[in-house]
Design a protein around this ligand. Structure first.
Ligand code: UDX
Length: 440
């Protein structure tokens, strides 16, 4: 099929490269000329496992191209996937200005009938709004549009795999729109192993499903984070509690790892947007409000532990391993590291930080801080030099191996603050380290 992608951010890129992998002809549009030039040369603006290799293959087979000419994208496509950002506005709602602008521009240049697919995360009722807007601006001489919702469930770090082997495909299609249903069943037939994984439902349901999925996952995380804080105060070990509750299949083990709060481009923004959407109907989101609040507190929790551990903060240097919001991504949006660093700097700590790929972006974020106060090191052991304690914030694989004798030689005192309960506590204790985790 001929597919157009509007917006080559994270979702657009993975979607475009993914569809090209299944032999669809994909043209991606973005207003950022610089980005387009790089992409046509196979240079990715983001780090995502496997994406570079799949992009190169798609370019070599002539199945994907990138343009900043909207007409080129629209005229060569039958299905257009809207993948533009829907950032958080000041009130916490999803800001639809980029999406609306994209729709208006598409309507303006389209010369044939098209299916417009909303892949961007949008509040319930947005597809209806888009349709109304198109109908208002449309006269009989213009192209006809069908509007479909097809939310993404891509996790950063495994996004390509999630696209190529989805656990489900949610399609919001109006009851009467059999034609679009057929097109989508054909499109996804290649991708899903079993047609029953394609869940067709009304558009509003699909839109709300996306928010409900992220809100549910965020709720699990905030729940376990709160239990971990209680566990800490009563000298219990959250690891045992996780085992004890996860064994119940109704609860399960997934997404029950306590930490320094959830980050990234989705959970924080989507939970707030859903709260906001409920408020529009005078619904007070007690559960989601608490999920959000716990997350804010959790981001400060480890920093508070570090602060209360060290008596004289002025002369204390701490090391931080891991800065991205989770492993296998360079994304630092809403990363806990930003909160932890801010808190510690405000209290007078000196920090040596290291992340396998996110050093530069965090350095840019704190660009007004001198390197004598906050430095970014080129390897994990350099970050331990003359440090009084190590803070683990992101559980990258490369942090698994821990050379105790090397660390002991480099550090001034042996303290670990394990923000992801990543390490074996007993092993650290047996090497005369003081260990402090989240809820253990
Ligand atoms: C999420 C959803 O998982 C995905 O389906 C959706 O499409 C986009 O949002 P992503 O933001 O990439 O994906 O990351 P995810 O793996 O879900 O983790 C989000 C945050 O939760 C990270 O900060 C992670 O460290 C944290 N987390 C996750 C926990 O603190 N504990 C857990 O048990 C799991």
């Amino acid at each position: 099929m001929n597919i157009g992608i509007i917006g080559v951010g994270y979702v657009g890129l993975v979607t475009g490269v993914g569809f090209a992998h299944f032999k669809n002809k994909v043209v991606c549009f973005d207003i950022d000329q610089n980005k387009i030039n790089h992409l046509n040369n196979g240079d990715l603006p983001i780090y995502e496992e496997g994406l570079d290799e799949y992009l190169e293959k798609a370019i070599d087979s002539n199945l994907i191209s990138f343009t900043n000419n909207l007409d080129d994208c629209i005229s060569s496509s039958d299905i257009i996937f809207l993948c533009v950002g829907t950032p958080q506005d000041k009130a916490g709602a999803a800001d639809l200005k980029y999406l609306i602008k994209a729709v208006d521009d598409i309507v303006e240049v389209a010369k044939k009938d098209l299916i417009l697919v909303c892949k961007s995360t949008v509040p319930v009722g947005t597809c209806d709004k888009i349709e109304k807007r198109i109908n208002l601006s449309n006269d009989d001489n213009r192209s006809k549009f069908k509007v479909v919702s097809n939310p993404e469930f891509l996790k950063e770090g495994t996004a390509l795999k999630d696209f190529l082997e989805p656990d489900r495909v949610v399609l919001g299609i109006d009851d009467s729109d059999y034609e679009s249903s057929k097109v989508f069943f054909d499109l996804y037939a290649e991708i899903v192993s079993d047609q029953s994984l394609i869940l067709v439902m009304p558009r509003r349901d699909a839109e709300l499903t996306k928010y409900a999925a992220n809100a549910m996952l965020a709720t699990k995380i905030s729940f376990i984070n709160e239990i971990a804080v209680i566990s800490d105060k009563y000298d219990a070990d959250i690891k045992n509690i996780q085992k004890g509750i996860g064994a119940d299949p109704r609860i399960g083990y997934e997404f029950l790892n306590p930490g320094c709060g959830y980050g990234g481009s989705c959970f924080p923004k989507d939970v707030k947007a859903l709260i906001n959407k409920a408020k529009e109907k005078n619904i007070e989101s007690y559960v989601l409000g608490a999920v959000d609040k716990r997350n804010e507190l959790q981001k400060k929790y480890l920093a508070d532990k570090v602060k209360s551990f060290f008596f004289n903060k002025e002369n204390v240097t701490v090391s931080i391993w891991g800065l991205s919001f989770k492993p296998n991504t360079d994304d630092i949006r809403c990363a806990s590291s930003l909160d932890v660093i801010t808190e510690l700097l405000d209290s007078g700590f000196k920090i040596k930080a290291y992340d396998p790929i996110s050093n530069a972006s965090v350095e840019e974020y704190f660009n007004d801080i001198g390197s004598d106060i906050l430095s970014f090191e080129i390897n994990k052991y350099d970050a331990l030099k003359e440090s009084h304690g190590l803070i683990l914030l992101t559980e990258w694989d490369e942090f698994k191996s821990f050379d105790f004798s090397k660390a002991d030689d480099l550090m001034l005192s042996k303290n670990i603050f394990d923000g992801r309960n990543f390490y074996d506590k007993d092993e650290f204790l047996s090497h005369d380290w003081k260990y402090s985790g989240i809820g253990r």
